[in-house]
Design a protein around this ligand. Structure first.
Ligand SMILES: Nc1ncnc2c1ncn2[C@@H]1O[C@H](COP(=O)(O)OP(=O)(O)OP(=O)(O)O)[C@@H](O)[C@H]1O
Ligand SMILES: [Mg+2]
Length: 250
């Protein structure tokens, strides 16, 4: 079990506060698994009935699978801050993305083995495309960190002086995949933090999926060309870039 899997009733309530049915499904499932496991122990060590153990294992398997599915669903809800996508179907999510190129990037087979840089005007669906990618990644068993550039950028300032690096920054540097939403919205004085995180991730060859209202050219002008390139390239592989600005979709 990873650390961020729900375990307590409080965590369940927080994650599914509007979903009592899911919550009780989970609680019932845990109880069923507990009872079956007890029964299995009894059959195995008290009665030594191998056939009974096999039958119980068959009953357990789909329940353990369902528990894992629910854990992934919880992880998705906990990780992606856009609440409206939590219960939306993949079709509903796609419908909110108005640039076809963004959908293509989010649906590519190898989306999890490349960087992505999604650029375009407000409301075109950049964050929604990131949410679609995060959904696929997490429900497929992956784990990622999602940060708003503005929040991540300010992490250093919110941190008491003289202490180690803020946890948010350490996590953003080390995550297997980092979603950096709305690059360019951080305060000017916080740009160094964002540069630092992206540099560390590039060195560690970790994938980053970024969205921004800036063009690629503007990113280069503001943060330097090296930085811009690192948002696209990783592990010697070109990531996917979409510039969904009217008249320059490519
Ligand atoms: N709460 C919501 N419920 C349903 N649909 C929503 C909701 N919020 C956003 N959307 C849909 O998602 C579309 C794309 O929004 P999204 O936030 O992905 O755009 P964006 O490109 O990230 O914009 P920005 O640059 O402002 O962050 C919206 O136009 C809207 O149709
Ligand atoms: Mg957005």
């Amino acid at each position: 079990m990873s650390d961020d899997e729900p375990r307590t009733a409080d965590e369940m309530a927080e994650l599914f506060d509007d979903k009592p049915r899911k919550r009780s499904e989970y609680a019932e499932l845990l109880e069923e698994i507990r009872l079956l496991k007890n029964e299995r122990e009894r059959e195995k060590y008290v009665r030594g009935d191998e056939e009974a153990v096999r039958r119980i294992d068959e009953q357990l398997r789909p329940k353990l699978r369902r528990r894992e599915e629910l854990h992934r669903l919880f992880r998705f809800r906990k990780t992606v801050p856009m609440r409206w996508v939590h219960d939306a179907s993949p079709d509903d999510i796609r419908a909110a993305i108005s640039a076809e190129q963004l959908i293509k990037v989010a649906q590519a087979d190898d989306f999890h083995r490349r960087n992505a840089l999604l650029l375009g005007p407000t409301k075109v669906g950049k964050s929604t495309a990131l949410a679609l990618m995060a959904r696929r990644y997490i429900l497929g068993g992956g784990d990622l960190v999602w940060c708003y550039s503005r929040t991540l950028g300010g992490a250093e300032r919110r941190h008491p002086l003289g202490q180690d690096e803020p946890e948010e920054i350490t996590k953003a540097k080390a995550a297997r995949v980092l979603v950096l939403d709305d690059l360019g919205q951080e305060e000017h004085r916080d740009q160094g933090t964002i540069l630092d995180v992206i540099h560390a991730r590039y060195e560690a060859q970790l994938f980053t999926w970024t969205s921004s209202g800036l063009t690629y050219q503007q990113i280069g002008d503001r943060y330097g060309e090296h930085f811009a390139r690192r948002l696209v390239e990783c592990r010697g592989t070109a990531g996917r870039m979409v510039e969904a600005f009217p008249g320059r979709l490519h």
